[in-house]
Ligand binder design. Structure first.
Ligand SMILES: *[C@@H]1O[C@H](CO)[C@@H](O)[C@H](O)[C@H]1NC(C)=O
Ligand SMILES: *[C@@H]1O[C@H](CO)[C@@H](O)[C@H](O)[C@H]1NC(C)=O
Ligand SMILES: *[C@@H]1O[C@H](CO)[C@@H](O)[C@H](O)[C@H]1NC(C)=O
Ligand SMILES: *[C@@H]1O[C@H](CO)[C@@H](O)[C@H](O)[C@H]1NC(C)=O
Ligand SMILES: *[C@@H]1O[C@H](CO)[C@@H](O)[C@H](O)[C@H]1NC(C)=O
Ligand SMILES: *[C@@H]1O[C@H](CO)[C@@H](O)[C@H](O)[C@H]1NC(C)=O
Ligand SMILES: *[C@@H]1O[C@H](CO)[C@@H](O)[C@H](O)[C@H]1NC(C)=O
Ligand SMILES: *[C@@H]1O[C@H](CO)[C@@H](O)[C@H](O)[C@H]1NC(C)=O
Ligand SMILES: *[C@@H]1O[C@H](CO)[C@@H](O)[C@H](O)[C@H]1NC(C)=O
Ligand SMILES: *[C@@H]1O[C@H](CO)[C@@H](O)[C@H](O)[C@H]1NC(C)=O
Ligand SMILES: *[C@@H]1O[C@H](CO)[C@@H](O)[C@H](O)[C@H]1NC(C)=O
Length: 550
């Protein structure tokens, strides 16, 4: 499993009317070129482009109260036959905007700048009050278009959300604007592209693209190739001086980020055959992209980074759980706890509580069992997902383990998968009862588990039934796994052969405990005799049933 574990393919393409949008710092000197929808307009074309923002001081925790400095442009373009005298527009803002400047326009309510326009505002021209018709000016953009450069403060919408106004309309008599289409335009140099949720799959504007709308969830190619691909459609506009429609540049330096996912290293975009996709109109026609590129990203494991998931070990022969390692997924503020102390052994029921509610259990447990109590107490694991591996039984002919996944994140994981590497025991893998298990021949010693069809959600953490008293409850999934020993003679489960050597959740490698539950001397075979007898009787019954039905 040293080599790259998974591969993701991103395909994106430009639509036929696509032209490229580039470096927005060039904006100011350039007369702006028309957006493509202009082609269908024979009156006045209004548009609003959000350009950039930066967080303002004070930086506050409450996202709704955070203020942002923003730059945007509004445009009024006369594509009609007649001159537009004394243009007036209304922009219905909605994020408590405070305008500091509006280059090219004046506020019609006579407000000075530093105007609170959170409920919308009227604008008219300052230097260019009238917009000539294209016919009269031989298409001179400087005379038929005005660009208003807005800057100010707005509240609440953090990236990747785009704070657009609710609407924009022309106020002059005799004109009627259709409702604006909300196609998000983004002029950031490093935009964040978010995957769409599944509900958008049939959306006539943004959906209807094969492999779209995965809700950020991708599977390994070896598990399901149809779910290992995510396709994004990017519409690109060009602005002068780069107006050569034939020269297309794909975005570079892709990076994948998510809630709990591994790091990926993405290669350069490679031009591939133009993608064909169903026509957006819903007609049985096919549209072909102007150009398509493929970006392949491989999972990598940077040497120095905390994990995002962790594993705890337990066994039928030891009443303590070895919990996740202290700070397995990092420790930020450790004034009150000890990041260097090993984690404290726990009673099994403590695994169901969030770390901050385990302290009482851990202390009481340490007292009863005469374990060491570090001072200060060790810090938590801080992991979003933790996995308990419990050795359930150990007979002469086989053994079982129980795997439990705990989700401490607020979000659900759909189509989750976990990969378990077991150096010796893997050849004896027989069956997993409540998950779908797959042996991967290409990856030595590895078994991959997924939820069964219809049970593939690992739910997010929820509040206790009485949040004031009960601790938070993690989302859980659990299954028993059985192994035979016929393929693996001589393995000693308790000495470590019964525990995974590497564990992955959704491709992210999890931190493993540094020791195994120990067997106190003497009781190993005692316990097992009883188990063997029970097992034997069970087999007999199963066998008898087998005969009955054959
Ligand atoms: C807005 O644009 C001006 C001029 O280009 C720039 O100096 C400023 O940093 C920008 N502000 C934000 C919030 O991006
Ligand atoms: C966050 O700020 C908004 C607006 O200032 C306010 O209405 C809301 O109550 C605040 N929320 C919290 C949790 O403080
Ligand atoms: C916007 O309208 C609401 C209710 O009509 C009013 O309470 C608020 O003060 C207005 N805000 C601004 C900035 O005018
Ligand atoms: C989209 O349309 C397909 C085929 O008509 C249908 O099977 C699917 O359920 C629809 N998806 C959504 C999210 O509406
Ligand atoms: C189990 O997973 C395999 C590989 O992803 C898949 O082909 C199969 O349909 C799944 N079976 C069930 C019952 O979910
Ligand atoms: C991804 O892995 C493949 C196969 O191992 C390799 O050919 C390719 O160069 C890798 N790409 C990157 C960006 O690491
Ligand atoms: C769990 O821990 C939190 C934070 O320390 C505390 O507020 C809460 O009361 C605890 N709940 C229980 C049931 O112990
Ligand atoms: C989409 O993902 C979010 C979290 O990223 C999750 O909360 C939501 O349930 C998912 N929706 C579906 C339909 O899977
Ligand atoms: C799997 O194991 C075999 C034999 O031990 C070895 O030759 C091969 O390179 C291994 N493959 C991988 C992907 O580790
Ligand atoms: C969970 O509890 C917290 C704090 O007690 C509360 O703010 C939050 O709204 C609750 N969430 C749900 C879904 O009940
Ligand atoms: C359980 O295992 C732990 C860790 O290996 C060990 O410290 C402890 O003594 C064991 N407990 C018993 C009852 O054997």
């Amino acid at each position: 499993m040293k080599r790259a574990f998974g591969m993701l393919t991103f395909v994106f393409f430009f639509l036929p009317f696509g032209v490229r949008l580039s470096k927005n710092q060039d904006y100011d000197e350039m007369p702006a070129a028309p957006p493509p929808a202009v082609e269908n307009c024979d009156g006045i074309f209004l548009s609003y482009d959000f350009l950039s923002r930066t967080k303002e001081y004070p930086h506050v925790k409450n996202a709704t109260a955070q203020s942002w400095a923003f730059n945007s442009t509004a445009r009024v373009l006369n594509t009609g036959k007649f001159e537009l005298k004394a243009w007036k527009i209304f922009i219905r803002f909605q994020h408590e905007e405070i305008l500091v400047n509006a280059g090219g326009a004046v506020l019609m309510d006579g407000d000075d700048f530093l105007a609170a326009v959170g409920n919308g505002s009227y604008f008219s021209g300052s230097t260019q009050a009238d917009l000539k018709a294209s016919i009269d000016t031989a298409g001179d953009f400087t005379q038929i278009q005005v660009k208003i450069q807005l800057s100010g403060t707005q509240f609440g919408v953090k990236p990747p959300g785009i704070p657009m106004p609710k609407t924009i309309r022309l106020v002059n008599d005799g004109y009627k604007c259709p409702a604006p289409t909300h196609r998000i335009m983004n002029c950031e140099r490093k935009p964040v592209i978010s995957d769409l949720p599944p509900e958008k799959a049939n959306d006539t504007i943004v959906g209807r693209i094969p492999y779209c709308c995965r809700n950020g969830s991708l599977l390994l190619t070896i598990l399901d190739p149809s779910k290992s691909k995510s396709v994004f459609q990017v519409q690109v506009y060009k602005i002068p001086p780069d107006v050569n429609r034939a020269a297309l540049y794909p975005p570079e330096k892709w990076k994948i980020v998510g809630t709990l996912n591994p790091d990926y290293k993405c290669g350069p975009p490679i031009r591939v055959d133009a993608t064909e996709f169903p026509d957006a109109s819903g007609l049985p026609a096919v549209t072909t992209a102007i150009a398509s590129w493929q970006i392949v990203c491989n999972i990598t494991r940077p040497a120095k980074r905390n994990s995002r998931c962790c594993v705890s070990f337990s066994a039928y022969y030891n009443n303590s759980v070895i919990p996740c390692n202290t700070c397995a997924c990092g420790c930020g503020d450790n004034k009150r706890c000890n990041p260097d102390a090993p984690s404290m052994l726990l009673p099994p029921e403590a695994l169901l509580f969030p770390f901050e509610n385990r302290t009482q259990n851990a202390l009481a447990w340490a007292k009863i069992n005469h374990y060491n109590i570090p001072k200060p107490l060790p810090c938590g694991d801080n992991c979003g997902v933790s996995i308990n591996w419990h050795v359930n039984t150990d007979y002469m002919s086989g053994w079982t383990a129980r795997i439990t996944l705990f989700n401490w994140e607020k979000i659900n994981f759909e189509n989750w998968f976990t990969a378990i590497q077991m150096k010796k025991a893997y050849r004896g893998y027989e069956k997993i009862y409540s998950f779908n298990g797959t042996l991967i021949p290409e990856l030595n010693h590895t078994i991959i588990f997924q939820g069964l069809l219809g049970l593939n959600f690992l739910m997010g953490e929820t509040n206790g039934s009485d949040p004031t008293k009960d601790p938070r409850v993690p989302g859980k999934q659990q299954s028993v796994i059985s192994f035979t020993k016929t393929q693996t003679p001589g393995i000693t489960i308790a000495k470590g052969d019964g525990y995974p050597s590497r564990v992955f959740f959704n491709g992210e490698e999890c931190s493993l405990p540094t020791k195994f539950p120990m067997m106190s001397n003497g009781n190993q075979y005692h316990v097992n005799m009883v188990e063997i007898i029970r097992f034997f009787i069970c087999s007999l019954i199963t066998y008898a049933f087998g005969r009955l039905f054959n």
